[in-house]
Design a protein around this ligand. Structure first.
Ligand SMILES: [Fe+2]
Length: 233
């Protein structure tokens, strides 16, 4: 044995192990605060471009977390899910307004450009330490369960589970939400469309899990849209 001795803490000072765990805790808190600030900053950017409503993104994050928890996702995946639910369309910042705001149908070229938003979102978020995985989840949020989506044509479990969740809840939210140029679909019609595309566009397990609690959530959706649940249903 060498003559190594465990240092004795000076009176009034915490032992070095305690100092170290305090320091780690402090760093974890700093990185969580930084992560939250980045999410808020990007959300504000979406607001500036009028691509966001506070209610829409918070609702997606809540629904996403609930589906994720019921599907047994790990804590780290849930954290990525929160980011992906809030910022999945951040890449639309790079899409021309004439396309984003076109009231009618997009032509083939316009649609091709619109589809770039998932890659743009990935390209931006992957540069942020700690956001790399969420960036990949955002890249794949328009993949289709049958492999006919974009950008990579991944299918089934090749698609990250977080992307599969965001895909379902975002589609559902878009269906039931009213926009200036169109009224949201009634709840039952949106459910019918989700079920119809379950197994082709959407992951059936995600659809099932989401629909197990979706109806109870509808009062908040229609309250936000200024419509009553009974008239909307
Ligand atoms: Fe999208």
């Amino acid at each position: 044995m060498s003559g190594h001795q465990t240092p004795v803490p000076l009176e009034g000072f915490p032992a070095s192990g305690t100092l170290e765990s305090l320091r780690i805790k402090q760093l974890e808190e700093q990185s969580a605060a930084l992560r939250n600030s980045v999410i808020c900053a990007f959300n504000q950017l979406l607001d500036l471009k009028d691509l966001n409503t506070g209610v829409h993104s918070t609702r997606l994050a809540e629904w996403g977390m609930r589906v994720g928890q019921e599907l047994g996702l790990e804590e780290s995946e849930l954290q990525n899910l929160e980011i992906a639910a809030l910022l999945h369309d951040i890449g639309k910042v790079g899409i021309p307004d004439a396309i984003l705001r076109k009231p009618g149908r997009l032509d083939a070229d316009e649609y091709a450009l619109m589809k770039k938003h998932s890659e743009y979102g990935w390209a931006v978020l992957r540069m942020l330490p700690g956001f790399e995985r969420a960036a990949l989840d955002i890249l794949h949020h328009h993949e289709s369960f049958d492999g006919k989506g974009y950008p990579a044509g991944l299918k089934s479990t090749e698609i990250p589970v977080v992307s599969r969740i965001v895909c379902v809840i975002d589609a559902f939210d878009a269906m039931v939400s009213s926009r200036p140029y169109r009224k949201g679909l009634p709840y039952e019609e949106a459910v019918r469309r989700l079920n119809e595309a379950s197994g082709t566009q959407f992951d059936p397990a995600v659809v099932r899990t989401f629909l197990s609690f979706a109806q109870a959530e509808m009062s908040t959706v229609f309250a936000a849209a200024g419509t009553s649940v009974s008239s909307a249903l």
